[in-house]
Design a protein around this ligand. Structure first.
Ligand code: NAD
Ligand code: ZN
Length: 360
C-alpha cells in the first residue's frame, strides 16, 4: 500500500478585506521590472471599481478580463499563454486568478503551460507535468468548487474533459476574502454551493473514505447544512461559512474521490456544455438510489431556496449522443470505484445510465 503524498497550497490568508493585502503579498515575488504579474479577472468585474481599483498594478502588469460563460478549454489556455508570452519581454513573475472555478482553473493551467512545452491537452491526466509552474495565486469570488485548494485544473480538450492533476497545480498562495462573494446571483450561489455539498456526500459515502477525508468532509457537510438550512445566519456569516465549506470539501475529496453525480455531470458537460455546478444539481436530483439521504436533503434545500432546475435537457438527444455521454461518464473509473466499490462494473450498466440521463 502506498499512501498519497500530496502538496498543499503553501500560503493562505482568510478574512473580510484580506484582498487589500494582495499588493504586499506580491511585492517580494516580482522577479524584475520586465517580468509582469498577469491578473486574470472574471469579466463580470469589468467596470466594477470596488474590486478592480484594488488590483495592485505596476510596471508591465496586466489585467486580462475573461468570460466565465463557458468552462475552460485546452485551446483557450494555449491561446492565452501565447498572448502573454508575445506581449511581454520576460516570462511573468506570477499569474493571479480572480474569479470562480473557471478563472481559478485557467490561472492554474496557464501558470503550468508557461514553463512546460507543448499544448495543454498533452498534460490532461495524472502527473504528466515536468517542470514547476510560474508562481500562481488564487482569489475566489464565489464559493463551492474547492478549485482554490485542489491539485487539479479541469479542462475540456479535443478528446476529453479531464484535469491536469499534478504536484505543480495547487496555488502557491490563496486569498480567501468572503466579502468578494457578496454579489453572486442567488441561483449561481446555490449551484456552486451545491457543488460543495455534493463533494461532501460523494466523499463521505464513498469506499475511498478515510479519517483524513472524513474529518474535512464532515465539517464541510455541517457548514453546508447551516448555510442552506438555518434561518438565523446573517449574509456575512453565510459568506464566511461557505468559503470555508468549499475549502474543506476540496480537502476532503483530495484524499478520497467524487462519485456518481460528478461522473454523469461530466457527460452532460462534454456533450451539452452544461456547467459544473448546475450540471451536478441536475444529475444529483435523480440519484436517490445511490445517495438516498443526501438527495432527500438536497430536495429540501432546493425547495427552501426556490430553485427551479432546468428539465428535459436530454429530450432531443439521439442514441449516438447518449452513447457519448455514457462513454465519458464510464471512463471516469476512479469515481465509480469510489462510489460503488471494486466490483463497480457489475453494479452499473449502460442501460442504467441511459435511463437516468433520459430523466434529466
Ligand atoms: P464560474 O467560475 O463558472 O462562475 C459562475 C458564474 O458566477 C459566472 O457567470 C461568473 O461570472 C459569476 N461570478 C463569479 N463570481 C461572482 C461575483 N463575486 N459576483 C457576481 N458574479 C460572479 O463558477 P464556479 O461554479 O465557481 O466554477 C465552475 C468551474 O469550476 C467549472 O469549470 C468546473 O470544471 C471547475 N471546477 C474545478 C474544480 C477543481 O478542483 N479544479 C472543482 C470543481 C469545479
Ligand atoms: Zn465538483
Amino acid at each position: 500500500m502506498t499512501y498519497k503524498n500530496y502538496p498543499m497550497v503553501s500560503r493562505v490568508v482568510f478574512g473580510r478585506g484580506s484582498f487589500n493585502q494582495l499588493g504586499d503579498i506580491l511585492e517580494p515575488k516580482r522577479l524584475n521590472e520586465r517580468a509582469p504579474f498577469i491578473f486574470l479577472v472574471d469579466d463580470v468585474f469589468k467596470g466594477n471599481s470596488w474590486l478592480t481599483s484594488r488590483i495592485p498594478l505596476a510596471y508591465d502588469d496586466q489585467i486580462l478580463y475573461i468570460s466565465a460563460d463557458e468552462e475552460p478549454k485546452t485551446s483557450q489556455v494555449d491561446e492565452l499563454v501565447e498572448q502573454i508570452i508575445l506581449s511581454h519581454k520576460d516570462r511573468p513573475s506570477g499569474i493571479i486568478g480572480i474569479g470562480g472555478g473557471t478563472i481559478l482553473d485557467l490561472a492554474k493551467a496557464i501558470s503550468i503551460m508557461l514553463t512546460n512545452e507543448g499544448e495543454a491537452k498533452d498534460y490532461q491526466g495524472w502527473d504528466l507535468v515536468k517542470y514547476p509552474a510560474v508562481y500562481h495565486v488564487g482569489v475566489p469570488t464565489i464559493s463551492g468548487t474547492g478549485a482554490e485548494v485542489s491539485r487539479t485544473t479541469v479542462l475540456t480538450g479535443p478528446e476529453k474533459k479531464l484535469g491536469i492533476n499534478s504536484d505543480y497545480t495547487p496555488f502557491d498562495q490563496v486569498i480567501l476574502d468572503p466579502e468578494l462573494t457578496k454579489d453572486v446571483p442567488k441561483d449561481q450561489w446555490f449551484y456552486t454551493g451545491m457543488d460543495c455539498y455534493i463533494h461532501c456526500i460523494e466523499s463521505l459515502n464513498g469506499t475511498y473514505l478515510n479519517a483524513f477525508s472524513q474529518s474535512y468532509g464532515e465539517k464541510a457537510f455541517q457548514l453546508c447544512k447551516e448555510i442552506f438550512m438555518d434561518n438565523d445566519l446573517s449574509e456575512k456569516e453565510m459568506q464566511d461559512k461557505l468559503m470555508m465549506a468549499s475549502w474543506h470539501g476540496g480537502m476532503s475529496i483530495a484524499y478520497s474521490q467524487v462519485g456518481v453525480a460528478h461522473a454523469m455531470s461530466y457527460g452532460l458537460s462534454y456533450l451539452l456544455g452544461t456547467k459544473h455546478g448546475i450540471g451536478n444539481c441536475i444529475v444529483f436530483d435523480h440519484l436517490e438510489e445511490f445517495y438516498p439521504e443526501g438527495v432527500k436533503l438536497f430536495k429540501v434545500m432546493k425547495a427552501k431556496h426556490n430553485i427551479q432546475l432546468p428539465q428535459g435537457i436530454c429530450n432531443e438527444l439521439d442514441d449516438n449522443e447518449f452513447d457519448i455521454m455514457i462513454d465519458i461518464a464510464l471512463s471516469l473509473e476512479p469515481l465509480w470505484e469510489n462510489a460503488l466499490g471494486k466490483g463497480w462494473k457489475q453494479k452499473i450498466s449502460r442501460e442504467k445510465l441511459l435511463s437516468l440521463y433520459k430523466k434529466m
